[in-house]
Design a protein around this ligand. Sequence first.
Ligand code: NDP
Length: 297
Amino acid sequence: MKVLLFGKGGQVGWELQRALAPLGELIALDFDSTGQLSGDFSQPEAVAATVRVVAPDLIVNAAAHTAVDKAESEADLARLINATTPGRIAQEAKALGAHLVHYSTDYVFDGSGDAPRDEAAATGPLSVYGRTKLEGEQLIAASGATHLILRTSWVYAARGGNFAKTMLKLAKERERLTVIADQIGAPTGAELLADVSAHAARMLRARPELSGLYHCVAAGETSWHGYATHVIERARAAGHAIKVAPDAILPIPTTDYPTPATRPLNSRLDTRRLRDTFDLVLPPWQQGVDRMLAEIL
Ligand code: NDP
């Protein structure tokens, strides 16, 4: 099997390079890949041509405009990267008979209520990022290509910057921290997403009727405040010089931390469909976070 991976340098893309390797010949591209193969998602036709040249059996797209606040002021670029180009890839996949794996987000929802949302729940994005990711989903579904769209949330990886690293740095420098406590979701490891993607893509190859939209997040839920507290207390227990006292990690509402893009308060996703269809277990969020901490501490 020939596998074409876009966005190889991102959090999920990096882990996909590992997880997809056993599936076959892997051609992995980033936006600055040169030569005949273009992975620059601001150039939909160049990316479409790349798909035709490589003629893969499986395409995995981990490239995205993920700068949620910046997207508010560069909506056209966000739309090209998150919607137009994934849509073109899907059209080429359909023409080739290739399968497509793509990622989307809880930000397609408006975040009201406190129940986990399943794949049939009504969407209502609050931001440019959410709207463009939703359009990407819709273009892929409309293409008729056999696909898996995995909606996930709060992605982290050991490589590169992440929320946990930022909190640890601040906890070593400051006596008091304030962290948002009214956005609820599940921190989800890039490793887990990549491994689930490889398993599900193999099953999709044998059973194309499984094509569709799935929610994929680690089990359990927390707030950014709960996540930060977990990370800081793990570091303290591991003997790191943490300045902030446990009772000085203060919960604040989202309204106290204004950002250009509005985030959903309820990011809970119901993953039953993914688990039942692909016979997979999604471990508690703490398991992946503790593993990431073991690598970075
Ligand atoms: P990253 O931001 O880590 O990776 C995205 C990759 O896309 C980066 O390598 C980035 O390059 C690349 N990219 C940016 N612009 C372009 C472009 N013009 N052409 C090609 N590539 C480009 O994101 P994640 O790995 O975390 O995200 C993977 C998927 O998961 C995405 O679909 C995202 O929407 C989704 N998701 C992510 C969440 C999160 O919390 N991160 C939450 C929910 C869903 P560079 O770094 O150089 O800009």
